[in-house]
Ligand binder design. Structure first.
Ligand code: MLT
Length: 237
């Protein structure tokens, strides 16, 4: 039977499955505010690839190799970086044909952790919702990994997880884990993205209200973003 499982933070699924069969057919990583929204925007505006790395120092090494380096710490662009983690910075005139190296607090870490769970790893946001769901529906057992906030649950990530669960379940009647049921029921209650969680409030305080608004837009593009364990590229075909 096909199964949908949601991890509310990147560590949760890994630790809860240490003694179990830990491989899924696919996993999808979510960091709605803002890393996965930024990645999807960069690819949709012509970036050739996005390379997620854990540390600022690693990114700086890739700067020397000709990558455009982007990311945040505490929501803010690190010093010496070309770009922050605001999707609206990743415009066509900035990223077209560029290789991007990205490091963010939770999002890039979640992607890197997801390599332990599956070899096909997709990158989801509300911006590329339908294209991602269509691609995921070809798989049986799927782990939906929320990047969360520093090990804690994220309200916005959980909403997208629930929305993906709802759509996938409608396509092929997957079995839902308890975590998938929780996310599904939250999304059914809300019915649309409602970004009022702690990280949304923090971003608004930092002046990123426009990002919060943009990241809640559904199906702005039809990008399927696939992480092969090294780089994220637009999936074609
Ligand atoms: C993260 O990876 O923690 C986020 O994307 C933070 C942010 O909003 O920039």
């Amino acid at each position: 039977m096909s199964l949908l499982n949601v991890s509310f933070s990147p560590d949760f699924l890994l630790s809860s499955r240490e003694d179990k069969e830990s491989h899924f057919d696919a996993c999808v990583v979510i960091d709605v505010l803002r890393a996965t929204s930024t990645i999807v925007t960069a690819l949709s505006n012509g970036a050739s690839e996005v390379l997620p790395v854990l540390n600022l120092e690693d990114a700086i090494e890739f700067d020397k190799k000709g990558y455009l380096i982007g990311g945040e710490r505490g929501g803010i662009k690190p010093s010496g970086f070309a770009l922050g983690n605001s999707p609206v910075e990743y415009r066509m005139d900035v990223v077209m044909n560029k290789r991007i190296c990205l490091t963010t607090t939770n999002g890039t870490k979640a992607l890197i952790n997801a390599r332990k769970l599956a070899s096909d790893i997709y990158v989801a946001s509300f911006l590329n919702l339908s294209a991602t769901v269509e691609k995921l529906s070809k798989y049986e057992n799927i782990a939906i990994i929320c990047a969360g906030n520093d090990g804690d649950v994220s309200y916005e990530d959980t909403q997208l997880a629930g929305c993906i669960v709802e759509k996938l379940h409608a396509i092929r009647g997957y079995d839902l884990s308890d975590s998938a049921l929780i996310a599904f029921n939250l999304w059914q209650k809300l019915g649309r993205p409602q970004f009022t969680g702690s990280h949304a409030r923090k971003l608004i305080k930092l002046g990123f209200e426009r990002d919060v608004e943009y990241c809640s837009s559904i199906d702005v593009n039809s990008i399927v973003a696939l992480y092969d364990g090294e780089v994220i590229r637009k999936f074609e075909g």
